[in-house]
Structure formats: C-alpha cells, structure tokens
Ligand binder design. Structure first.
Ligand code: NCD
Length: 307
C-alpha cells in the first residue's frame, strides 16, 4: 500500500490490528525520532481543525518537519488556475509524504496518480476520510473492548458524510454487527453503500427514528449535516436540525454505550452531555493524534513493515 486513499484498501482485520498496535505504542511513548529528516506536506483546500493539526502534531512528535498550506484554494497556485496534478507533482518533489484534503471526491486518487511520494487522504469532498475511520474504530475498540457483535447507529448526513463512508467499509470487516442507518430521507446512505453492505451480509436497519433506537445500541455515531455539500440553503434548513441529542435522550441509552462524533458538532449533541461518561468524542479526537502517528510511520517507513 503506497498511498492511503480509501478504507476499501483494507481487506482483513490483521492490517487494522497492526495499526492499533502501533497506535498503542505511540500512545505509550508520546515522542520518537522515527521520521527524523523527513518532511511532511499538509495541503488543505477545505477547512480543518483536528485533522490538520493532529497530522502536524503527529509529524512533529515523530521528529519530522512540516510544510503546510491551510487554505490551499486561496493561498496556493490553485488560485491562479494551476491544476491539482501540477501542484502535487511539484510538492512531491519537495516532501516525503503529502496529507491532502480537497473539496472534490476523487481528488486524492487523482493526486496519487502523479505523486512520487505517499498521498494520505485527509478528506476528499463527500468521498472518504480514511484516517478518521481508523481513529473511530480504534476508539470503539479502546472503549468497548471489541469490534464485533455491536449495535452501531450511524446518524445524520449519511449521504454526504465522508467519515460515514470510510467507517462503513471498516465495520464491514467485522462479524455480527448491526448497523442502524438513521437519517432524514433526503440524506439517506447512497445505494452503492447499501449494496455493498448487502454483499458483505452486514445486517442493517434504515430508519429516520433515532429515539426508538437509543435503548438498543452500543455505539451512537452522530454526524453534522454537511452544509457545504447541500445544494441550496432551503434544502439545508429543512434537515439541519434533524437530530439533536439531549440529556433526556441519553437517559434512554445503555450504561455501557458510547457517544461518538467526528466533530465539529453544530447542534447534534448538546454540550450538557459532555460530562457524561458515555460522551466519547473528545477522547476520540485525542486518539486521532496517535493513530496518525502510526499511519505516518507505516507509510513513510514502509520497508520496516512490509513482509
Ligand atoms: C469531518 C470531515 O471533515 O469530514 N471532520 C473531521 O475531519 N473530524 C466531519 C465534518 O466535517 O462534519
């Protein structure tokens, strides 16, 4: 695996266990020199807080140096009309890996076709966000001790949410899970993913009703309605407050369940819940740092890990 473009690239749980092991290792040691003398480029054409800063922190904690443009659409030569391909060709001659976030689905794939160094997809439009899904499943494992035999509710914008798309691929590698796909009709998961779940024989229930599902589930994964990917403000207004979790809702949930969110949240989870032990989202964001240390190590030190 030279590039990390999609979670479809993972075909067995052994590959994920290797990432978990390395993540545990970096969580324990915190800093290392494993990427000394390497340079990581973080090229972001879309807003980001956690993904960019955790990647940059991960690189620094591994002894690498970072070059970055956080608003590449305006501050890079894209503003002058340069193609993504040309930009990537040039940056790949400067840096040892490129972490790329772009507003177009498929952008990371395109970049990988012209890059001489690893491309790590940090979100491509409504496509995928593989490192988020890796930190999501790592978090489920840490919190609940397993990744199979779980009832997992994916809630919100299943149509446009790239974290959802990447997560579905990874959850499909584990046995006996049931997915509750909870969204307004307009934001249902697309047929491609529904067909994929069927082909993998993953049990799923599609509904718009979050309230009735709460008592059954082990993992509640809330997501933001992706305003920037919805055509008109009118359409957005119709669905923007579809789900908004409050203390009353959480009372219905099992004691041993967890509440996750890739963040940023808008109205999906009331801050009143933040002190509940089931509120996992800030621990989830912190896990992202160590997962990204593992990913950078794996993709930049390939010869160390390939058998
Ligand atoms: C997500 C993203 O960018 O897709 N954020 C993140 O990376 N944690 C989720 C979102 O923006 O809603």
């Amino acid at each position: 695996m030279k590039h990390l473009i999609s979670t479809e690239q993972f075909t067995n749980t052994g590959q994920l266990e290797q990432i978990f092991k390395l993540t545990d290792h970096y969580q324990k040691i915190g800093v290392s020199e494993t990427l000394k003398n390497k340079i990581i480029a973080c090229i972001f054409y879309e807003p980001s807080t956690r993904t960019r800063l955790s990647f940059e922190t991960a690189a620094l904690r591994l002894g690498a140096q970072v070059i970055s443009t956080e608003n590449a659409a305006q501050f890079s030569s894209a503003a002058k009309g340069e193609t993504l391909e040309d930009t990537i060709k040039v940056i790949s001659s400067y840096a040892d890996a490129i972490v790329l976030r772009h507003f177009e689905k498929g952008a990371s794939k395109r970049a990988s076709l012209v890059s001489s160094v690893p491309i790590i997809n940090a979100g491509d439009g409504a496509g995928e966000h593989p490192t988020q899904a890796l930190l999501d499943i790592y978090t489920i494992l840490k919190e609940l001790g397993r990744l199979n035999d779980l009832k997992i509710a994916l809630v919100g914008d299943l149509l446009n949410g790239r974290t959802i798309h990447s997560l579905i691929n990874l959850l499909s590698l584990y046995d006996s899970n049931t997915l509750y796909l909870i969204s307004p009709r307009e934001l249902r998961l697309s047929d491609i993913y529904l067909k994929y779940l069927k082909s993998k024989k993953i049990k799923f229930i599609e509904t718009a009703d979050l309230s009735s599902a709460l008592q059954h589930i082990d993992v509640l994964y809330m997501t933001r309605v992706q305003k920037e990917r919805i055509e008109s403000i009118k359409e957005y207004e119709k669905v923007k407050n579809a789900y908004s979790l409050n203390n009353q809702d959480v009372k219905k949930m099992k004691q041993g369940s967890i509440i996750m969110h890739p963040l940023p949240r808008v109205n999906e989870i009331s801050p009143d819940i933040d002190n509940d032990k089931r509120a996992t989202y800030f621990r989830q964001a912190k896990n992202g740092l160590y997962v990204r240390m593992a990913i950078l190590d794996l993709f930049l030190n390939k010869e160390k890990y390939d058998h």
